[in-house]
Structures are given as structure tokens and as C-alpha cells.
Write a protein that binds this ligand. Structure first.
Ligand code: ZN
Length: 124
């Protein structure tokens, strides 16, 4: 399977490596791609675990799961990335098969050599 993150790599040699070990994301963008892919393949634990600890306590696995599963994730478009931020568009079909774009600028933080998703700001 080609990796859903759009890298043109095989899933097993791309985001799946990071899904198995958060430690393997060397950059904020790699973690962001792996999180998108986790939505596409329904890896709820990874999405949950890659939240920065201060943000994670406000998350519910059930809510993540319904948001991940009710949409069909079509494409990830990275618009800009810096060391700690990634601006992206996630294209998806909602339950009514309407095409939607989730446009977000995310901030990532490193804690003891591991990148985490800290927060996101929606952009219109
Ligand atoms: Zn990937």
C-alpha cells in the first residue's frame, strides 16, 4: 500500500515505522504526516499518544475515533513547514460524501527527543 501521507513511499517504509515508535519521527513534519496517515488507517492510539501530554488530557479516544472513521481521508497537502510548525490541508469526504478541506497550522513540541503535536489553529 502506498503511504496515505503522499510521500510516494510504501506505507511500511514510511509512516508505519513512526506508528510503531513515536521516537522515529525526526521532524515535526514527519510526525504530522504520520498523524494524518493514522487518521487514514484508523490508528486511534497513535493519534492519541502523539498529542503533547498537556494537550492529551483534553482528548477523548472515542471522539478521535468517530472523527477519523466518519470521514474518508483523501489527500494531505503540506503548504509550509518549519522546525516546529506545519501548515497543511487535509482533504476528506464527510459522511454525506461532500469534499471538505481541513486547513490547519499546527505547532509541535519536542520532549526528551520525541516530537509531539501541541496545538492547531484552523485557517479559513
Ligand atoms: Zn507516510
Amino acid at each position: 500500500m502506498r503511504c496515505p501521507c503522499g510521500s510516494e513511499e510504501d506505507f511500511r517504509s514510511c509512516c508505519e515505522i513512526i506508528h510503531h515508535n513515536l521516537f522515529r519521527a525526526e521532524t515535526a513534519e514527519q510526525l504530522m504526516r504520520a498523524r494524518y496517515t493514522a487518521f487514514a488507517v484508523g490508528n486511534i492510539d497513535f493519534i492519541y499518544n502523539s498529542f503533547h501530554p498537556t494537550a492529551r488530557r483534553f482528548q477523548s479516544k472515542q471522539e478521535i475515533k468517530s472523527w477519523a472513521n466518519q470521514n474518508k481521508w483523501i489527500q494531505l497537502e503540506i503548504l509550509n513547514s518549519t522546525r516546529t510548525t506545519v501548515e497543511f490541508k487535509a482533504h476528506y469526504l464527510d459522511q454525506n460524501f461532500n469534499l471538505n478541506i481541513h486547513h490547519e497550522k499546527s505547532t509541535f513540541k519536542k520532549v526528551q527527543h520525541i516530537w509531539y503535536y501541541a496545538e492547531g489553529m484552523l485557517t479559513k
